[in-house]
Write a protein that binds this ligand. Structure first.
Ligand SMILES: [Zn+2]
Length: 505
């Protein structure tokens, strides 16, 4: 953009959202460097939620490292994300107090205190580069059901359009030239915000991990932009606004000229943080210090995999399974299983956490059908003693899952109140199960290669594994875990990932 329009000032915003990993040598250091290269433009730095969890480091620190990281980045204001409640409301309250900037949540309140959940603010107003900026923080209803530490009946959720419009009007009345909504919602809800909120100029969203830009046309002829800025310190949005300012317009006599105020001009640039770029020493120091806290024990190689572990954002086991999820085994009917699978695909193509990772079952779903009717029970197959059979709705199955889901969270009501076969006291945590598979194979590899004494027992075990893998390949089954490495001859992890969930469209 060249010089500002008459009556307007230029304002630069750096926006980012959903950052989880802060490791030594990681992207956060290069992100911080990149942010500082824009210092001459005096950017307003805004964050749209999810940083205190989940990550392996957060299991130890309960998110404290991110307080230091966001303070160092010079964040001016942030809105709360669902994962920021992972270690409880109290923990979030403590972290928020340590931040050098305000946190917002405008439409979810604690019923008991009447305060915004996490004891944050509903709005914030500041002067920046001559512009009076009002900011609100909005969240969608859907994520309340996903909060592990908060009961839905304890909170008062208010519609984001009604509450957002009310606050925006309040900020305008106090003199805001620009009203920004920081949101932590899925993109379709942000688009509703852009279309229906009155008095909000731009929406900067989180919760989704993709970079996106939507220019939403409103009934009143205005265009409101929705910006999402990726994840994990890999990218940011550099936003340049020409903001019509009341004082300048009065001076220039723009108002009263019969044309109304000039429109807000918006320019959004997606900036990728180069992976080989320079690091910021301050962020490096934070990452190293917390890396030391974690110690050396996590560096050790626990096993080999023949297949890439499909973690979507990471192939590091501890980054895929950072939550110390309790596991349970319940007795569920075939009908319950189908209902659980239905819930898993009900939000598709939204990138919801409820989308299931399954083993021992394969199914087909049709996203063109309405949620709750996307799966035909004839298209659900389960593994029974190495055979794949169509699910029997009236039969009972042993289902291993997370305690979180059997308490009905993420909409899995169908798994609630079922007979428990293994309770959470006896079920290992999810990362432990994964680590155990690796150590079993390591033991097997050691036994078959070195110890003559146990060789016979090991060979027997080996033979059963060979048979299993082979049988599974033939019947196109879905649950085998390990294979013999074709060249090295040792046993490696090789889950069969493809073909478990088929989307027909
Ligand atoms: Zn989120």
């Amino acid at each position: 953009m060249s010089g500002p329009l008459p009556g307007s000032r230029i304002l630069t915003i750096i926006h980012f959202n959903d950052v989880y990993q802060l490791e030594d040598g990681g992207d956060a250091e290069r992100f911080a460097y990149k942010v500082k290269t824009y210092a001459n433009r005096m950017p307003l730095v805004l964050f749209s939620g999810d940083c205190f969890a989940p990550s392996l480091l957060s299991v130890t620190t309960k998110g404290k490292q991110m307080v230091e990281a966001l303070n160092l980045l010079g964040v001016h204001c942030a809105c709360v994300g669902n994962h920021d409640f992972d270690f409880g409301v109290q923990n979030l309250e403590t972290l928020v107090k340590q931040c050098s900037f305000p946190w917002l949540l405008s439409n979810i309140f604690d019923k008991a205190s009447g305060r915004p959940l996490g004891d944050v603010q509903t709005s914030h107003m500041l002067q920046w580069q001559g512009v009076t900026v009002g900011i609100i923080g909005l969240a969608e209803l859907d994520w309340i059901a996903t909060l592990a530490a908060v009961k839905p009946e304890e909170v008062d959720y208010r519609d984001f359009v009604a509450e957002g419009s009310r606050l925006a009007a309040e900020l305008r009345a106090k003199g805001a030239d620009l009203v920004i909504a920081l949101t932590h919602s899925r993109r379709p809800n942000d688009i509703i915000c852009a279309r229906e909120l009155t008095g909000v100029d731009i929406i900067l969203g989180g919760h989704d991990h993709d970079h996106s830009l939507d220019a939403v046309q409103r009934a009143d002829g205005r265009t409101v932009h929705v910006v999402k800025s990726g994840t994990d310190f890999r990218e940011l949005s550099l936003i340049t606004l020409q903001v019509p300012c009341q004082d300048l317009m009065q001076q220039a006599g723009v108002e009263g000229g019969g044309h109304g105020p000039p429109p807000l001009r918006v320019d959004v640039e997606r900036v990728e943080v180069p992976r080989d770029g320079p690091a910021d020493p301050g962020m490096q120091e934070i990452a190293r210090r917390y890396g030391d806290i974690m110690g050396q024990k996590l560096q050790k190689v626990i096993g080999e995999t023949a297949t890439d572990l499909d973690g979507r954002f990471s192939t590091d086991l501890m980054a895929i399974l950072p939550m110390l999820d309790a596991t349970v085994v319940i007795r569920a009917s075939g009908r319950d299983v189908v209902a659980a699978l239905e819930n898993g695909v009900s939000q598709y193509p939204k990138l919801e956490g409820r989308f299931l990772q399954v083993s021992g079952v394969k199914f087909r779903f049709d996203p063109s059908k309405p949620p709750g009717h996307r799966i035909d029970a004839n298209d659900v197959w389960v593994t029974k003693e190495d055979e794949c059979a169509r699910i029997d709705l009236d039969a009972f199955y042993a289902v291993a899952t997370k305690l979180y889901m059997t308490s009905g969270k993420d909409g899995f009501d169908c798994l609630q109140g079922r007979e428990v076969i293994v309770d959470e006291e006896h079920g290992p945590t999810l990362p432990t199960i994964a680590v155990n598979v690796f150590s079993q194979l390591r033991t097997l590899n050691l036994m078959t290669s070195k110890e003559q004494k146990v060789r016979r027992a090991a060979l027997k075990w080996q033979a059963s594994l060979d048979k299993k893998s082979h049988a599974n390949v033939l019947s196109d089954n879905v649950s085998y875990v390990s294979i013999k490495h074709p060249v090295q001859g040792n046993y490696v992890i090789a889950p069969k990932c493809d073909g478990r969930i088929i989307c027909v469209q």
